[in-house]
Design a protein around this ligand. Structure first.
Ligand code: ATP
Ligand code: MG
Length: 138
């Protein structure tokens, strides 16, 4: 069981001013911030991050969206981090997300769904390493 996961607050949420409220919900749920940065991905960086979805019909839209404005990237620590964080954010489609989840509270659509959460321990490591050096983790 891992104690670390990776998240991004996506451009729809940063542009609507939800960054603080989302971070507050994450921290109140017991996650500790181990690394964090505010940045804007280039289309090439967004494409590389979501490369696993390259063959999916929504890939182009996803890359455009994820590079359309600032994001907040973070490494979070908690017992059972990957699974607990997926529970906290809710279903990919906010229309199907449980009451009180971050996507239910802040997401508008399946494409623009406010937050990313790693789906496995292995991907949490890969994704954290994509954004952060050793010097940037505390
Ligand atoms: P994320 O990886 O961002 O945490 P997820 O694991 O819930 O989301 P994935 O299946 O990994 O969902 O899809 C990655 C992202 O691609 C989604 O969060 C969403 O932004 C976008 N996406 C997924 N399915 C669709 C779709 N049918 N139409 C448009 N965009 C989609
Ligand atoms: Mg995913």
């Amino acid at each position: 069981m891992s104690n670390s996961t990776f998240t991004m607050i996506k451009p729809d949420a940063t542009s609507k001013g939800y960054t603080g409220a989302i971070l507050d919900q994450i921290i109140k749920a017991g996650f500790k911030v181990k690394a964090m940065k505010w940045t804007n991905l280039t289309p090439a960086q967004a494409g590389q991050f979501y490369e696993v979805h390259k063959e999916r019909p929504f890939y182009g839209e996803l890359v455009d969206f994820m590079s359309s404005g600032p994001i907040v990237a973070a490494i979070l620590e908690k017992e059972n981090a990957v699974a607990d964080f997926r529970t906290l954010i809710g279903a990919t489609n906010p229309a199907q997300a449980a009451e009180g989840t971050i996507r239910k509270n802040f997401a508008a659509s399946i494409g623009e769904n406010a937050v990313h959460g790693s789906d496995s321990d292995e991907n949490a490591q890969i994704e954290g390493n994509f954004f952060f050096s050793k010097l940037e983790r505390f």
